[in-house]
Design a protein around this ligand. Sequence first.
Ligand SMILES: Cc1cc2nc3c(=O)[nH]c(=O)nc-3n(C[C@H](O)[C@H](O)[C@H](O)COP(=O)(O)OP(=O)(O)OC[C@H]3O[C@@H](n4cnc5c(N)ncnc54)[C@H](O)[C@@H]3O)c2cc1C
Length: 381
Amino acid sequence: MYDVIVVGQGLTGLLSAIVARKQNKKVALVAKGTGKMLQSTGLMDLVPGSNKDFSQWMELYGLSNREKITVKDAINEFKRLTEKIGYEYVGDVDKLANVVTSSGHLKSTALYPKTITPIPEKGRIVIVGFNEIVDFQPEFLKGNLQKERPNLQIKTMSVSLGKDSQRTLTQLDAARVLDEKDNREQILRQIKEKMKTEFTDGVDLFIFPAALGVQQWEKVHSQFCSELKAMVTEAPGLPPNATAIRLHERLRKEAIKLGVRFYTDTEVNGFSKKGTINEITIKMNNRNAKLESQHLLICTGGILGGGLEQTAKGLKETTLQLSVNKEGAYVDLPDHVYPVGASLGTNVIHYGITGGIYSVVSSYLTNLQIERSDMRGLQRA
Ligand SMILES: Cc1cc2nc3c(=O)[nH]c(=O)nc-3n(C[C@H](O)[C@H](O)[C@H](O)COP(=O)(O)OP(=O)(O)OC[C@H]3O[C@@H](n4cnc5c(N)ncnc54)[C@H](O)[C@@H]3O)c2cc1C
């Protein structure tokens, strides 16, 4: 029997499993898919697609002022975790940063990896595209960015990754190409060659697709900064973005390293209570099996993650077959069952998406709740 079973391996599920394991719980994670993080930019927004500030975000998620300190603890814990796993996030929920996306629009975000630099008001910028990537068009990006930042001097260039392929490459393909030293060097040679003739006044910031390495991102980023003698940022856009893949891969690796037992390609399709114990039915390799736990965390992503389904009769909860209201929020939740992240229902999503900060905070708060419940149990015993 497990102390904690987490259902779902999106950002919420992975973080929940890691936090529970750090509290020395015996943890299993069951998931049938990968989670929406792989489709995201890898930026941790308060409310994606909006400029809502931290106070407005607290209000949106029904958090009281008293909980502010705990929310900040959750964010600091996330920053420490990302540093430990070798993909550090920086930034502040109180002071949102303006970062550029691959469409050239500025986006407010709270936390971002070190490969991202917020866009200044003034300065000389060069946008570098790769011929093989069609999702990132430097001239298009320039047009939009110039409207938002009229005082920037922006130029563009395109270079080749030098890889023949029968299809166009994605940001992730390019990132894997850049993991190789020889490839980086030939790309830097092309950029420097163009700089000699076309970009003679110096550059403050280079903008690239979100493709500056996966495993070797630190080497790629620092080599590009030092050889190009300027700051370098990635501009995430259409998935797959290396900015998000790096985080997902590292969180999964960390969870495995800490001893979380993974059941992947596995669907949870039933639930019952045996006294205080939660029992779930899992479908793995076309075979049903049962797992038991003291605590059950539902991190199934709500309407976008598959945890909720829209039917003719309204929203239906697909994982535990429990009742939900018209917003998809659980009614009469059994003891020791906790919806976390986007599985809290449609009232926690905005433009159809829950921001990464909510996943960070709700996974931390739920584990605190579990700790308190276990303490009360111990005191009674
Ligand atoms: C297209 C897109 C872009 C985004 N971009 C951003 C962004 O730029 N910045 C930002 O801050 N946030 C972004 N987000 C949101 C961010 O990734 C959220 O934090 C996230 O979607 C919510 O995470 P989650 O872990 O709660 O759910 P999900 O990521 O949806 O994960 C749900 C998990 O549960 C599993 N699951 C569901 N049902 C079952 C079942 N019955 N049995 C087993 N497993 C099950 C799923 O397969 C999956 O693994 C984006 C989201 C989307 C969809």
